[in-house]
Write a protein that binds this ligand. Structure first.
Ligand SMILES: Cc1cc2nc3c(=O)[nH]c(=O)nc-3n(C[C@H](O)[C@H](O)[C@H](O)COP(=O)(O)OP(=O)(O)OC[C@H]3O[C@@H](n4cnc5c(N)ncnc54)[C@H](O)[C@@H]3O)c2cc1C
Length: 386
């Protein structure tokens, strides 16, 4: 097991350390990184995480099965970090239950909350978050998927792509242009059940770290107005608020991957015989290990500062962007160094460091690429006027 002394940092309350240790023990018993059919594996992971209570942290409101009235950012970060250290797909399953239902936790009507959140928390319904489109990724306010009001329904047309859990989700929180105002002020959010006529999976997308991912097509897809989340025209703000809750947890997942890579690198460096000793005796190896450990601690400090600050009710736009950028970029470097330490074995398919090398890559792109985080940080600095 990794060094867990960081759990004594002042960012945490005693129950956070306890949560992390319990989950680590659970993960040791229940998770394996060997996946066959990722759809089946993902469904099983959601079921197991729900059955054993971990998904209660992914929804807000004790009345709907949540662990607390609001999402405890430090808890979801520790959960993602721990799951990522054991199995990237388990982290994905947990994260998507939170991200996919986050807009309902934040803005759902009492009926919507009761209908969806208890099942999400028990692992009985799989959630997805559908914002990106083929022509609107980083520039997400350019989205063109539309929803036209018609009587007491909306009729949706268009496409969404890169949708995690696409193909296995029971419902999708989908953002569409409803036209109340130009740009980001003319977008609304809807909950669309997977079996709604007119919604189809246009394409399954294979990525380097396999997980359910799809392009969705809406063709004359009629949704009752009661499935709209929040007020018409307020969807973009809701999407940004949802991403704000979970952005710091992407940093935590990267941290989990990086910690695992350091563990693997240390184990190999201590045992690999060469030049009359072991790899760890060589100073160039020691320099690499020192860089890796320092990169991890700097990422962890930024991540848990942002999580703590959010849990105090403070704005974290700048801090979460710094955490996401540094933790994902540092993890990429740490994992690359671990592959190097493992030599040829490091690039053999399904070796732990080879899996980590694939697992980390997308985190520098989704939920705001590194360049987008840089722009956010700079914008926050410049508006300070100092
Ligand atoms: C594995 C995976 C899972 C995903 N899951 C989901 C999901 O569940 N739901 C969902 O809605 N979306 C999801 N996405 C989509 C993701 O959020 C987008 O891929 C991301 O926003 C980038 O959009 P894009 O791919 O269209 O790249 P583009 O917008 O074309 O950007 C390409 C590159 O341009 C660079 N760039 C961006 N902005 C700037 C700038 N201002 N200046 C300079 N360079 C810049 C960045 O390097 C960026 O990677 C997922 C993506 C992946 C890869």
């Amino acid at each position: 097991m990794s060094d867990t002394s960081y759990l004594n940092w002042p960012f945490f309350a005693p129950h956070h350390g306890e949560l992390s240790r319990r989950l680590d023990a659970w993960a040791g018993l229940h998770l394996s990184a060997d996946h066959g059919d990722v759809d089946a594996q993902c469904r099983a992971l959601v079921r197991d995480l729900g059955r054993d209570g971990w998904l209660t942290h992914a929804v807000a409101g004790t009345d709907v099965g949540g662990a607390g009235q609001v999402i405890d950012t430090r808890a979801i970060c520790l959960i993602r970090e721990t799951l990522a250290r054991h199995d990237g797909l388990a982290d994905f399953a947990f994260a998507m239950q939170g991200l996919g239902s986050g807009a309902i936790s934040l803005q759902g009507s009492p009926e919507q909350r009761q209908r969806y959140l208890p099942r999400v928390a028990r692992g009985e319904a799989i959630a997805a978050f559908a914002l990106s489109e083929p022509d609107a990724g980083s520039d997400v306010a350019a989205l063109s998927c539309s929803a036209r009001a018609e009587g007491d329904s909306y009729v949706r047309e268009g496409q969404k792509t890169w949708i995690s859990n696409g193909g296995i989700a029971d419902f999708y929180v989908v953002f569409a242009r409803t036209g109340e105002a130009p740009g980001s002020r003319g977008i609304s959010a809807f909950i669309v059940d997977a079996d709604t006529p007119g919604l189809s999976i246009a394409e399954r997308i294979e990525v380097i770290a396999p997980h359910p991912l799809a392009r969705l097509a809406f063709d004359n897809c009629r949704i009752p107005a009661s499935q709209r989340l929040g007020a018409a025209g307020e969807g973009f703000k809701l999407a940004m608020r949802t991403l704000d809750v979970f952005r710091t947890s992407v940093a935590a997942a990267a941290l989990g991957f990086a910690r695992r890579a350091l563990d693997e690198a240390l184990a190999r460096a201590r045992s690999r015989q060469m030049f009359g000793g072991v790899l760890a005796d060589l100073q160039l190896t020691q320099a690499k290990l020192a860089q890796m450990a320092t990169a991890i601690d700097s990422a962890a400090l930024l991540t848990y500062r942002a999580a703590w600050q959010r849990d105090q009710g403070q704005a974290v736009t700048r801090e979460a962007a710094m955490a996401k950028m540094v933790a994902t970029e540092n993890a990429q470097q740490v994992i690359d160094a671990a592959v190097q330490i493992w030599g040829g074995l490091g690039v053999v398919s399904q070796m732990p460091v080879e899996r980590l090398y694939r697992d980390i890559r997308a985190l520098r792109i989704y939920e705001g690429a590194t360049e987008v985080q840089q722009l956010i940080i700079a914008r926050e600095l410049l508006k300070g006027g100092a």
